[in-house]
Design a protein around this ligand. Sequence first.
Ligand code: AAO
Length: 512
Amino acid sequence: MKLLILATLIGLSFAQFNPNTQSGRTAIVHLFEWRWADIAAECERFLGPNGFGGVQISPPSESIVVTNPWHPWWQRYQPIGYNLCSRSGNENELRDMITRCNNVGVYIYVDAVINHMCGAGGGSGTHSSCGSYFNANNKDFPTVPYSNLDFNDGKCNTGSGNIENYQDVNQVRNCRLVGLLDLALEKDYVRGKTSDYMNKLIDMGVAGFRVDACKHMWPGDLSAVYGRLHNLNTKWFPSGSRPFIFQEVIDLGGEPITSSEYTGVGRVTEFKYGAKLGNVIRKWNGEKLSFLKNWGEGWGFMPSDKALVFTDNHDNQRGHGAGGASIVTFWDARIYKMAVAFMLAHPYGFTRVMSSYRWDRNIVNGQDQNDWIGPPSNGDGSTKPVTINADGTCGNGWVCEHRWRQITNMVGFRNVVNGQTFSNWWDNGSNQISFSRGNRGFLVINNDDWELNATLNTGLPGGTYCDIISGQKESGRCTGKQVTVGGDGRASIRISNSEEDPFMAIHADSKL
Ligand code: AAO
């Protein structure tokens, strides 16, 4: 009996690390600022069929509407309540999306903003995504309701009331992050309201949460909120399933608050991953692909089973948050595809693919003056739908990195090699590398300024394979390059440095 209780406790405490994706689905995609109706359609027509495990959605809670600047994307990180209507759609559309995505095995992860409400300067009125009244001046948010009793200000010691020094743990957690009204999450009442919000979404069928701004909340408070969460909806998930929790904590070192304070209660975003991979792929500071041999914990990252990894996110692709100039994004498409392919081939962490929209960049002294620009929109600020072109790419300003053949196919690769060991590493001491995942998949990259010409151990059974980067296997033939693997698992590989995509990948399911 005691053993059983212990086992249950351990089971409960570990469960929120499990992404809850369907078996064989190993990556999620952040459809940043997409409308619910478009996500529902994308689950059915693309994500389900291509083996994506889930979608991180933009915050669904009612937020302030900012018109100066004009409808910036970041207005959604300023909730004024927990009604489920946002720029992406209303509650019915949200529910319809969750149902339709779940029904095709693609699960939904909600970006939950529970650290704060809108900015202290947010004014009063009904300039909100559902038109609900709020008053930031006296901290009155009637739809929750929250009043001035529910905020942290009394505990903050800075002159401005804002976080002024990240070296001071108390400031970081008790003061306002960039002026955002900071909720007192140690209050039972606030814990109740935030967990009610999350539970409503769980009951609607979501599989978990990206929890925003966790560095600014005490781990104990978060643990109390997570402890109140319902199990997942048994219409789609095994009974007793816990919501997947991944917490946004930016830890690049140099601050007293570390990600390890949060890995006890859920997974944590590993920001070192994209920042360092960016340096390597850009060959900055003498970094080389060959250094990736011990990628993962060997680079000072958190334990793999605690990490949520990504090349870039909605903040650092436009200079917000952290990571700096090394971050690679769709703007640098050629190296971006290589970086994402490496991430998806490598076993470290649970992977999230970014899917963006284009905006008019205006970079002055390394800073994008247009970093605020919201998603493609109509004159009234409403978000434009995602249209699909004849060649499968997206229109209306949506980038849809997840639909780039090289990226889509590497999501498939990750699914095929799931659980296989990292093996057969090879490098030329510079920027040419290859490795296999057991005997199921093989990746080779040439990021040097000369040709790669080598006989490499693929780890795969002999045969002819279709490269899934230059093309793929279609009706029994390769639309791109072929790779011939001998009975000894070796293949002679040549990749010119001037190719459009100087890398190749083959796997068990791309065999002819
Ligand atoms: C907007 C306006 C503000 C205005 C405010 C209130 O832009 O001017 O004051 O409204 O009216 C997003 C936007 C914000 C926006 C906000 C609300 O990014 O611009 O403010 O919505 O609309 C910190 C947090 C991290 C946060 C990140 C942006 O720790 O949680 O800032 N990310 C999340 C979301 C994000 C969102 C929010 C939180 C708020 O992903 O989209 O904001 O809901 C250091 C710290 C980091 C800190 C960064 C940036 O990083 O370590 O914790 O992130 O600074 O302040 C080196 C260091 C690195 C350091 C970095 C920058 O790289 O190694 O550690 O330098 O100094």
